[in-house]
Design a protein around this ligand. Structure first.
Ligand code: SF4
Length: 272
């Protein structure tokens, strides 16, 4: 059987259509750099530099995993120090160390999974999750849903938990994608999704989805996946048309954009 290259994920959906309220930060050209030009050395270098916030998320996830890997760890008074040593936090830049220590401290004080029946807890560095092959009419694509944690609620339903860091809000669409994945992975079990921010110690509400909602998200993912492949093909055949295929949206988003040093459309924040 031929390999399926078409794919969808929450990240791809986010890059195509921003969550409500963040439209002003959306720029298609950013997606062009990230997805179509990631193989170019100067783009690859910028992508590598931009991963500081991903690094914080990864180490936070590893830390939570370590707290639960050794069942006595959470009860140790020096648990934060121990976990920081295991994840080699001292090898990170200062900003990462500061934020992750605070996260570990928060988690040690509020170990939200302490009394939960954990079915699956990811360490965060396992690489790409196994894709789920989705058929939508005659179209097929791989769905990638990296699940941080699954635990069982008291009523027997599964809670697909996503651990967050940083200030970004919770996007319900991501919860729906987890529930769509769960409907394939655990077809006979009820499931809810939720988010927990390890820095602010905030839980989201529990997210549920009707079969109609799951169908809608599946159709949307299929549309985004097809659109993405179409634009990548267009760019491969016409690299000179980069700015037409991935139009820029200069403005306040340029300030936070990893590509502002190489983008000809970047604007100064004062002008934006
Ligand atoms: S610098 Fe501005 S216009 Fe250029 S890719 Fe980034 S956000 Fe878009």
């Amino acid at each position: 059987m031929a390999k399926i290259w078409d794919f969808a994920s929450y990240n791809l959906l986010y890059l195509h259509s921003p969550p409500v309220g963040l439209e002003h930060l959306h720029c298609d050209m950013k997606r062009g750099f990230t997805k179509a030009r990631k193989g170019e050395p100067e783009v690859a270098e910028l992508l590598e530099k931009d991963n500081i916030y991903q690094r914080i998320g990864l180490l936070a996830q590893k830390g939570v995993w370590e707290f639960h890997h050794d069942c006595l760890m959470l009860s140790r008074r020096d648990a934060v120090k121990q976990v920081a040593e295991i994840i080699q936090l001292n090898q990170e830049v200062d900003l990462v160390q500061e934020r992750v220590i605070k996260i570990l401290d928060n988690y040690h004080n509020h170990p939200i999974l302490w009394d939960k029946n954990i079915i699956q807890l990811s360490r965060g560095d396992e690489g790409f999750p196994e894709p789920i092959l989705i058929h939508q009419g005659s179209y097929q694509f791989n769905l990638y849903a990296a699940i941080d944690c699954i635990f069982m609620e008291e009523d027997g339903s599964l809670n697909i938990l996503d651990l967050k860091t940083g200030k970004t809000g919770f996007d319900k669409r991501q919860g729906y994608i987890y529930l769509l994945a769960a409907s394939y992975l655990y077809p006979n079990q009820k499931a809810v999704a939720s988010f927990y921010n390890l820095e602010t110690c905030q839980w989201s509400e529990k997210i549920t989805a009707s079969p109609e909602t799951l169908q809608c998200i599946l159709i949307e993912l299929s549309r985004v996946s097809q659109q993405h492949q179409k634009l990548l093909r267009l760019y491969r055949n016409n690299p000179a048309d980069f700015k037409k295929i991935f139009p820029p949206n200069p403005g306040i988003s340029c300030r936070y954009c990893a590509f502002n040093s190489i983008c000809e459309f970047t604007v100064d924040e004062a002008i934006a």
